[in-house]
Design a binder for this molecule. Structure first.
Ligand SMILES: [Zn+2]
Ligand SMILES: [Zn+2]
Length: 199
């Protein structure tokens, strides 16, 4: 592991950033990959406490997301996350080499990072939703101001066609007979007479 207290501020306050030519900002940390000092402006956005802006970029942290499908091909709730970026391999190698004390510091640090990022995401989502809502309200006002009317259309519910009752052939015949005045007794007499004739 390069010089510098692991996961803590490196006491180089008086030393300048070594990242870009001419950067005179005071260094805050030493990069754990290249070993150079870096300032706040040249810190990695993903993990500003351990990497400089060049050594940990978002492209190295790609995660592949696929649906969760079991051996029978059935889909389940959830997804499979596969870290494909280069950074994970290097990081995992580093983690495997850490002592228990180093792991404890690392875990604490990453818990803070996760919490901070979650707060950032929540903050961003709320602001995004508020802005989208404000934009929508402005548009509605503009349309209404011009004498128009905004109608929110919701998708009509798919109406299940009620299955039509299959016409009962026997019932239909009985109805016909009833309408023509023929009673079941008369019908029986006709059948009997036909049988006699045939027999
Ligand atoms: Zn670096
Ligand atoms: Zn700098």
């Amino acid at each position: 592991m390069p010089d510098g207290e692991y996961g803590t501020l490196v006491p180089f306050k008086e030393e300048p950033c070594q990242q870009a030519n001419g950067c005179v900002e005071p260094a805050i940390y030493r990069c754990h990959k290249c070993g150079l000092l870096y300032c706040l402006d040249h810190a990695s956005e993903i993990d500003p406490q351990r990497f400089c802006i060049k050594c940990l970029i978002i492209d190295d942290c790609k995660v592949e997301e696929t649906p969760l499908v079991d051996a029978e091909g059935e889909r389940h709730r959830g997804r499979v996350l596969r870290p494909v970026g280069n950074a994970f391999t290097a990081e995992n190698r580093l983690i495997q080499e850490m002592s228990e004390d180093e792991l404890k510091v690392y875990i604490t640090q990453y818990k803070i990072i996760v919490r901070n990022h979650e707060q950032m995401v929540t903050f961003a989502r709320i602001n995004l939703a508020q802005a989208e809502h404000a934009l929508l309200e402005k548009r509605i006002k503009t349309i209404e101001g011009a004498g128009g009317e905004v109608i929110f259309t919701s998708r009509p519910k798919a109406v299940k066609p009620t299955p039509k009752k299959k016409p009962d052939a026997v019932q239909a015949l009985a109805d016909k007979l009833k309408a023509s005045g023929i009673t079941p007794e008369m019908l029986q007499a006709i059948i009997d007479a036909k049988k006699k004739k045939a027999g």
